[in-house]
Design a binder for this molecule. Sequence first.
Ligand code: BTN
Length: 246
Amino acid sequence: MSEFQPNIIRLDSIGSTNDYLLELAKSNDVAPFTVVCTPHQTHGKGQRGRTWESTPGDQVTLSMLVNSIHPSLDQGFGLSMLSALAIMDALQPLELPQVQIKWPNDIYIQSRKCAGILIERIWTGQRLQCSVIGIGINVQNRPRELAQAISLSEVSQHKLDTAQIESLLIHHLIARLSTWIQTPENVIRNEYHRYLLGRNELLTFESHGAVFSGVIQEINTLGQLIIRDESGEFRHFLPTEITFVL
Ligand code: BTN
């Protein structure tokens, strides 16, 4: 039997699947690739301290535990790229138009966000104990107050099955993680680049209060966004240093 088997915990309702799994990982000898899923997340967390809203049954909301498959890779941008690619894999059978990855780790359809990723880590001193990948996908509906958001059902011609998308997502996360160690980093990064929103297009950005135009060149090994601005300068940004003006 493969060592890469999900151990799935289903909860009717929970505050945050990430918090639940982080607590479990701190207090127990929890199995690798434990997945916590719920149709009803009441206090979902987003990136940078934001909240992640959902109405019961409308979203895939899950978290997966990754127990240091490759400690140096787990810590870097690799796990973000891998998670975004697993979502792309899971959405691929739906044949939706213009599905793209918006750096660092959002999934956009027709320039509107349909899925987000929040990776959190537990450290024992300097050593990474484990990472928790949290994923939310707007399937049936999107939070009404978010004009920039979109749900899969808004763009699909078919009735979508949330449970099926959840199961595809788990399958593809495991598939990506199980081949990670043998896959050279640049192969993953090239694939990520292929789906990258705005690559080789002139876009507008804002950084530290200044608006500028430029063309995304690539993501480097540190996960920084490299933009060539209109003066020809190559500039490097961390996620907290720049926003897209879409
Ligand atoms: C973002 O785009 O801001 C990240 C959103 C991540 C949301 C998911 S839903 C499942 C998991 N549990 C959480 O509390 N957050 C993540």
